[in-house]
Design a protein around this ligand. Sequence first.
Ligand SMILES: [Zn+2]
Length: 229
Amino acid sequence: MIRCNVWRDLQSWLYPELCSACQKPLEWGDAPLCLPCEAKLPYALQAFGQTNALFRRLEGRTALHSAAYFLEYKRGSVGAELLHKIKYDTHLKLLQYLLWQWAREWKPFGIWESATLIPVPPNRWQSRNRGYHAASEMADALSCMYGLKVCHNALTRRFLTRSQTRLSRLDRWANLDSVYSVHRKNLPLGPLILVDDVVTTGATAERCLSLLQSETDAPLALLSLAYTL
Ligand SMILES: [Zn+2]
């Protein structure tokens, strides 16, 4: 046992784990962030409600009962860099860490305690070439934390489309119009929570919520790790 500890200490001295944000060696614990970087995270901690910025972004565009999010995304911030890693670099440990931080602050309540989580579906590139999709990982992790059900096949994405990030809201809507499908036979009963990693214009969430609304009268909520200010 002593030999194991010595070897582990030697390894951590030779190859220290680095902070996911600043790349400085981590000094303690299993957290992927150093304390100064964690303190800079743009926490929003918005529980389900109808007054937060995410709800107001989608208000009147689709039937949305409530919205919740954890971080505020600002270009150039520590949070933006970390979210980019989560979304594009398969940074599962960092995603799980942020979700556990979230879990200490946020709990589903009321009708959402019995809701089913539905992740925004991955595109083909995400699902086939990388095997990692942040929204699906989020839904699975939140399911473990809160005992909520997850449904991965009620919403699907039909084909690869060009990146949404540089399109206007109108162009995004046109681009998304024929991409997503809802499958009535797979749709669970009861309240549904659409799960996304980062909401920017809200076009993807709006399209997915509208599709769900077309097949169910159940209350619909949106849960996002981050919302772009
Ligand atoms: Zn750091």
